[in-house]
Design a protein around this ligand. Structure first.
Ligand SMILES: *[C@@H]1O[C@H](CO)[C@@H](O)[C@H](O)[C@H]1NC(C)=O
Ligand SMILES: *[C@@H]1O[C@H](CO)[C@@H](O)[C@H](O)[C@H]1NC(C)=O
Ligand SMILES: *[C@@H]1O[C@H](CO)[C@@H](O)[C@H](O)[C@H]1NC(C)=O
Ligand SMILES: CC(=O)N[C@H]1CO[C@H](CO)[C@@H](O)[C@@H]1O
Length: 408
């Protein structure tokens, strides 16, 4: 109960709108009791999280914490949310053009792809991290850079490979250079999709798209490719995939073969998984299944169909077939501690005492119980980071270069 009440002091209009009336604003006098209870709960929770329990066992201890809102509201709202993390995408305007897309072009860089990746991911990497970037390099802004900083703050020995045609350029190099100068290992690589998808279920799907046999749909192909590339790159090389709107708060070395739920029902059973964070060993069978599902059910016109819905579909199927698969579904607290609807609240400066206390408690909770925070870029990219806000404070304590953020 405690963390529910804790949430209710959020001041975003949108969250008020969706809170149930019985959760109305918390009153000041009860607040310290609540904070105390919350802290206890969080400590218990953090411990169970750290010991890497499955969603079910964690939820068993904490299911009262997870009652967010009714499933029907959720279903209604989730339609809007499963959108893009990357704006400004080049759109193929017709089928004919698809074979001429930049992303299919052969260049010296694409032919060197596999060699560059294996050379970069050497024995000195304490973790292999991957991101994709499909927008122009000039759109890789301060927010995305903060995601990189937070990754290296908590995982200084990690190696980050950004699969991107646009960032694998002189311009992209200039963006990443400050991190390289500090000794962090990051490289943007233009992918060779044929070699990435070779000997996977994605191979024939990709051939069809390339030759124009399959309609890529109205929604930009590149976005859907990003959903597939993350699966293929983990399948081929193994490691951690992260969206560029994910602020890392913890060292990922304890995680293996895991993905996260973004929502759970009253009993603690997940209702939607997300693919913004994926941690898998090379050749993990579930990645193969994800790609198989992608290739057989691809629908370029349905929001989320090849992304978050896809991983949810496959995992659900596997769970109904019985316990197997050797992977862990982590509770929302792990990667998606804040619902996309409420994400705005994290960007707001404290407005009164109750709000300040709520911010402290939330920061404490995030710091101890979450591996990171997905920022739902679609909802939050235009929000200003206010001074003293949760995001502002998290970023100041999880940066490595630490440029001023309150203007960005
Ligand atoms: C991708 O790599 C393969 C070798 O692995 C090479 O034969 C092919 O030409 C490359 N394709 C592109 C587009 O560079
Ligand atoms: C994670 O933390 C451990 C222990 O502090 C450290 O040895 C390891 O290098 C860290 N991982 C990364 C990727 O930096
Ligand atoms: C299951 O995954 C764990 C790591 O998450 C690994 O240590 C173990 O060997 C795997 N077991 C099987 C049967 O693949
Ligand atoms: C069929 C399908 O999943 N299309 C997707 C293309 O990419 C966007 C962005 O990720 C998705 O929202 C669409 O659903």
């Amino acid at each position: 109960m405690s963390s529910l009440q804790l949430r209710s002091t959020t001041t975003t209009p949108s969250s008020k709108m969706f809170d149930s009336p019985r959760l109305g604003r918390a009153k000041l006098p009860i607040f310290s009791t609540i904070s105390f209870a919350a802290i206890l709960l969080i400590i218990i929770f953090a411990n169970s999280l750290i010991s890497n329990l499955s969603l079910h066992s964690v939820a068993h201890h904490n299911n009262q914490q997870q009652k967010l809102k009714s499933t029907s509201t959720h279903e209604l709202l989730s339609l809007k949310e499963e959108v893009v993390t990357e704006p400004h995408i080049e759109t193929p305007s017709s089928k004919k053009e698809s074979s001429e897309l930049e992303i299919f072009k052969k260049t010296t860089l694409t032919t060197q792809f596999h060699g560059r990746v294996t050379e970069f991911l050497d024995d000195h990497c304490r973790g292999q991290f991957f991101m994709t970037w499909i927008s122009p390099a000039k759109s890789f802004g301060p927010r995305e850079f903060l995601a990189l900083e937070s990754l290296f703050k908590a995982n200084p020995r990690g190696c980050l490979l950004i699969l991107s045609r646009t960032m694998d350029s002189a311009f992209g190099f200039r963006i990443l250079k400050p991190l390289l100068e500090l000794g962090f290992r990051v490289l943007a690589v233009r992918p060779n999709l044929s070699s990435l998808f070779k000997n996977t279920p994605a191979e024939s799907w990709f051939d069809d798209i390339k030759t124009g046999n399959k309609d890529p749909g109205e929604i930009p192909l590149a976005q859907n490719l990003s959903n597939l590339i993350r699966l293929a790159v983990l399948y081929k090389y193994g490691g951690v995939y992260l969206d560029t709107d994910f602020i890392v708060l913890r060292n990922f070395s304890v995680l293996r073969n895991s993905l996260g739920a973004q929502s759970v029902d009253g009993s603690g059973k997940w209702t939607r998984l997300n693919n913004a964070v994926l941690v898998f060993d090379k050749n993990h069978p579930i990645l193969y299944k994800f790609m198989e599902e992608f290739a057989t059910t691809f629908d370029g016109n349905k929001w989320g169909h090849n992304g978050p819905y896809l991983v949810s579909r496959v995992v659900e199927k596997m769970e109904t077939e019985g316990p197997k698969g050797n992977f862990t579904v982590l509770p929302p607290m792990a990667f998606y501690p804040v619902d996309w609807i409420r994400i705005g609240g994290l960007f707001e400066k404290p407005t009164n005492r109750a709000h300040s206390k709520w911010i402290e408690a939330k920061l404490f909770q995030l710091t101890w119980a979450s591996y990171g925070v997905h920022l739902w870029n679609r909802e939050s990219s235009r929000l200003r980071i206010e001074e003293g806000s949760i995001i502002g404070r998290l970023i100041s304590s999880h940066c490595v270069i630490c440029r001023p953020i309150y203007s960005s």
